[in-house]
Design a protein around this ligand. Structure first.
Ligand SMILES: Cc1cc2nc3c(=O)[nH]c(=O)nc-3n(C[C@H](O)[C@H](O)[C@H](O)COP(=O)(O)OP(=O)(O)OC[C@H]3O[C@@H](n4cnc5c(N)ncnc54)[C@H](O)[C@@H]3O)c2cc1C
Ligand code: SF4
Length: 350
């Protein structure tokens, strides 16, 4: 472990100033970092992937509230714990998709530590990214990518580039993408809001940049617009190597607004485990609008979502299985959503 400076901030302005005064660091791995729950950033420091000169602790910032806004949106503070968010009665009632997605992730202990802001900014679980003995463009730009042609079971089948085929690991973000969430950001020069679907990036030729967050910029909150119309028919389906403590191979967030005659008024659909960001395709959702639910329709939607999907890796390391798995998961999740909402209780068996 490298020596580093640890400081606590009392408010957002102080946190931003403490990062700015530490300077940019020699390279990206050495840049000063915020720490919230520490469940990802400390692991990365232990593996020598990150060597920040300074850690600025955010835990004292007053950003841990979950508030109902006048327009019916819910504002989830960046410092609110994943567990507190998932079990908040307003989230359970109005956003069961989000609650279930959070509870499908990690373990109770980790969810008790992990913050909402940290969840958005957790790094990929590509094993080569964590192994500093292998080349990785995300860790060291220009070094190469050990996963291309290597063990790629966990990797992307959509939106990958010649520089990086990693996936974004968050469950929470898949539901947030489906629910049109927005992210509130603060920098020294002011605030801005970014749609969650635009917050995470595809790797292109800059895989070292996971998101559009500027260096030293702070996530203050996530705002989820009113989504009551989907509360009765939403499902977060997560397929993984084992039933607990595992990241998604493929996950599907599906939510339907059904009319009294059974027709689909509108639909929300996003995938996890398949790309460098939560994967949402409004053109595929549009195929569902105004239609009566049917397996053939769901298969057509799945085919549209997966257009252009390409496997990575070779032999046992190949992830070709993800494409039919994702197709079946979409059909299954939409079929379950027609029947009602599947509520994950957090015991990691859902
Ligand atoms: C064993 C294990 C299993 C897991 N399984 C899953 C899983 O199945 N599904 C899943 O979704 N997740 C899983 N996780 C990941 C877990 O959800 C994340 O580690 C957690 O959400 C990160 O939150 P944190 O507050 O601890 O972030 P930290 O580790 O404190 O920070 C993570 C990153 O975010 C930055 N950061 C934190 N807060 C802010 C902010 N407000 N503004 C700007 N930058 C900020 C930090 O600088 C750092 O770069 C797992 C983790 C572990 C260790
Ligand atoms: S897939 Fe991305 S994160 Fe993994 S080794 Fe390649 S460049 Fe690094």
């Amino acid at each position: 472990m490298n020596p580093f400076d640890y400081v606590q901030a009392a408010d957002a302005e102080q946190a931003l100033a403490l990062v700015a005064e530490a300077g940019p660091g020699g390279d990206a791995a050495q840049a000063p970092r915020f720490i919230a729950g520490g469940t990802n950033v400390l692991d990365l420091m232990k593996e020598n992937v990150l060597r920040p000169a300074r850690l600025v602790d955010l835990k004292r910032l007053p950003l841990d509230r979950i508030e109902a806004l006048p327009d019916g949106s819910l504002r989830l503070g960046a410092l609110a714990r994943n567990a507190d968010t998932a079990y908040d009665p307003r989230v359970r009632a109005a956003l069961p998709l989000l609650s279930s997605a959070i509870l499908a992730g990690a373990s109770p202990q980790i969810r008790n530590m992990a913050s909402n802001g940290g969840n958005l900014l957790q790094r990929t679980r590509c094993l080569y990214f964590y192994d500093t003995g292998t080349p990785c463009n995300k860790r060291t730009p220009g070094a190469g990518c050990a996963a291309i042609g290597g063990l790629a079971r966990q990797h992307a089948v959509l939106g990958a580039s010649a520089a990086c085929i990693a996936t974004h690991p968050s469950d929470m973000c898949v539901a947030l993408a489906a629910l049109d969430a927005r992210v509130e950001l603060r920098a020294l020069r002011g605030t801005r809001t970014v749609a969650l679907v635009d917050f995470h990036r595809l790797p292109q030729d800059q895989p070292e940049r996971d998101t559009v967050l500027a260096p030293g910029e702070l996530v203050e909150a996530i705002v989820v617009p009113p989504s009551r119309q989907y509360a009765a028919h939403s499902v977060y389906l997560k397929l993984r190597e084992r039933q607990s403590y595992a990241f998604a191979l493929v996950s599907v967030a599906a939510a339907l607004d059904l009319a009294p005659d059974g027709r689909i008024r509108s639909a929300r659909l996003a995938l996890g485990g398949v790309a460098h960001k939560p994967w949402r395709l409004p053109a595929a959702e549009a195929l569902l609008a105004g239609q009566l639910p049917a397996t053939a329709l769901f298969e057509a939607v799945a085919a549209r979502v997966l257009e252009g999907a390409r496997p990575q890796g070779v032999g046992l390391g190949c992830n070709a299985f993800k494409i039919p798995m994702a197709r079946r998961a979409i059909v299954r999740a939409l079929g379950q959503a027609v029947q009602g909402t599947v509520t994950n209780t957090g015991d990691n068996t859902a």
